[in-house]
Design a protein around this ligand. Structure first.
Ligand SMILES: Nc1ncnc2c1ncn2[C@@H]1O[C@H](COP(=O)(O)OP(=O)(O)OP(=O)(O)O)[C@@H](O)[C@H]1O
Ligand SMILES: [Mg+2]
Length: 330
C-alpha cells in the first residue's frame, strides 16, 4: 500500500505545517498587528507566480485572527468566483452577519447593511484573492470608505501590478510583498512534510521526492505542480501494485500530465494567439514573422505583459547579442 491519506493531496486540504514561509507570514501578521490594537494598519498586496503559497499563508493568518482578537474579524473572497461589486459585498455581509436578503438591494442599501454587520468589530481584514479578476475595482474603494470599522484589504495576485483608477489606487496604496517561486530544497521540504503524513513509510524515497521537486521547480517554483505529480505517481504505483513509487512512474506521469496554466483561459485575442504560438519555445524573430500584420512594438509589449504574468520566460540566446527565445512557464 502506498496512499495512507489521499485526501491530504486534495487541492482544498490545508496543511497544518507551512514550510519555508515564516518570514512572509511574519510580515503579514506584522502588518495586521496595529489593527489588533485598534490602530491604523497598511493594506497589503501580495504577488507572485502560481503555486507558491500565497493563498495558503493568508488563509492561515486569517484562521488565527479570531484567536488574536474578538474585535477583529477576517473575510476571504475569491474574486474569480465573486467577480462583481455586489457579489463581493454580499459575500462579506453573509460571512460576517447572518443576512440573506429576500430581494436585490440598491448600492446604498448594501453599504448600509455592511456597515451594520461590521459595527460590532473595530477592524476587519478582507482578503481579495485574485484581486485583478474583479470586474469593478470600485469595490476596493467602497470597502476603504467604511468609517466606523477599520478595513484592511489584502489583495493577492499573480501579477505584480494591475490597472486601477488613480482614486482607488490612492485609497488602497498597499504595501507590497513578493512571494518568489520556491527553491528545489524548499519544495523538497514541502513534499517530505506532506508525504510523511499522506503516504506509508517506505513507499517513497529521496529520489522520488527530488524528481517531483525538480519538476515543480522547473514550473516556476510551483509547489502545487510538485504535489500533484507526487500524488498522481502514488496513485499510479498503487494501481500497478508496486510496493513503492519508482522513478519510472514519476517520469511517465510527468510526460502524461499536461501542465495547464489556469491563467491561459483568461487571455484573449492576439495575446492568446501569441501565447499559444510560443509552444515549447520561439525566438522573437519567429514570433514577429508569424504575426506580420502586427508591429514589433505591439508584440514586444505583449511579450512583456506575458512575462509580468509569469506565463513566459525570456532566455537570452548565446552569442546572438540582444536576441531572445521565449518559452512558456508551465
Ligand atoms: N509552504 C508550503 N507548505 C505546505 N504546502 C504548501 C506550501 N506552499 C504551497 N503549498 C501547497 O501548494 C498548493 C498551492 O498553494 P497556494 O494555493 O497557496 O498557491 P498560490 O500562490 O495561492 O497559487 P495561485 O496563484 O495559483 O493561486 C496548495 O495545495 C498548498 O497547500
Ligand atoms: Mg491562490
Amino acid at each position: 500500500m502506498i496512499l495512507k491519506n489521499p485526501n491530504m493531496f486534495e487541492e482544498d486540504y490545508v496543511p497544518d505545517t507551512i514550510t519555508g514561509r515564516t518570514k512572509e507570514i511574519q510580515e503579514i501578521v506584522g502588518t495586521i498587528q496595529p489593527l489588533l490594537e485598534k490602530m491604523k494598519s497598511d493594506n497589503l498586496f501580495i504577488y507572485g507566480p502560481t503555486g507558491v503559497g500565497k493563498t495558503l499563508c493568508v488563509t492561515h493568518v486569517l484562521k488565527n485572527l479570531s484567536e488574536m482578537s474578538s474585535k477583529v474579524t477576517g473575510v476571504y473572497i475569491n474574486c474569480w468566483v465573486q467577480r462583481t461589486r455586489p457579489a463581493v459585498l454580499y459575500e462579506i455581509i453573509k460571512s460576517v452577519g447572518d443576512f440573506s436578503p429576500r430581494r436585490g438591494l440598491s448600492g446604498d442599501e448594501i453599504m448600509e447593511e455592511l456597515n451594520k454587520c461590521l459595527s460590532s468589530y473595530w477592524g476587519v481584514v478582507v482578503v481579495l484573492d485574485e484581486i485583478d479578476k474583479t470586474k469593478d475595482k470600485e469595490v476596493i474603494y467602497d470597502l476603504l470608505r467604511i468609517i466606523k470599522t477599520r478595513v484592511i484589504i489584502i489583495g493577492l495576485s499573480n501579477l505584480n501590478s494591475f490597472e486601477m483608477d488613480q482614486r482607488i489606487l490612492s485609497a488602497y496604496s498597499p504595501r507590497k510583498i513578493e512571494f518568489r517561486g520556491y527553491s528545489v530544497d524548499e519544495i523538497k521540504g514541502i513534499l517530505n512534510e506532506r508525504a510523511k503524513k499522506a503516504l506509508y513509510p517506505g513507499s517513497y524515497d529521496d529520489d522520488v521526492i527530488g524528481l517531483c521537486a525538480a519538476i515543480g521547480y522547473n514550473s516556476g517554483g510551483d509547489a502545487r505542480v510538485a504535489l500533484k505529480i507526487l500524488f498522481s505517481s502514488a496513485k499510479e504505483a498503487q494501481l500497478k501494485n508496486l510496493n513503492k513509487i519508482d522513478i519510472a512512474t514519476v517520469q511517465k506521469i510527468k510526460e502524461k500530465t499536461i501542465l495547464i496554466r489556469r491563467d491561459s483561459d483568461d487571455l484573449e485575442g492576439l495575446e492568446k494567439n501569441i501565447y499559444d504560438f510560443i509552444g515549447i519555445g520561439k525566438t522573437s524573430k519567429e514570433i514577429e514573422n508569424q504575426f506580420p500584420q502586427v508591429t514589433g512594438r505591439t508584440i514586444r509589449n505583449i511579450l512583456k505583459k506575458l512575462g509580468e504574468k509569469n506565463m513566459i520566460k525570456k532566455i537570452r540566446l548565446e552569442g546572438k547579442g540582444n536576441r531572445f527565445r521565449y518559452v512558456k512557464v508551465v
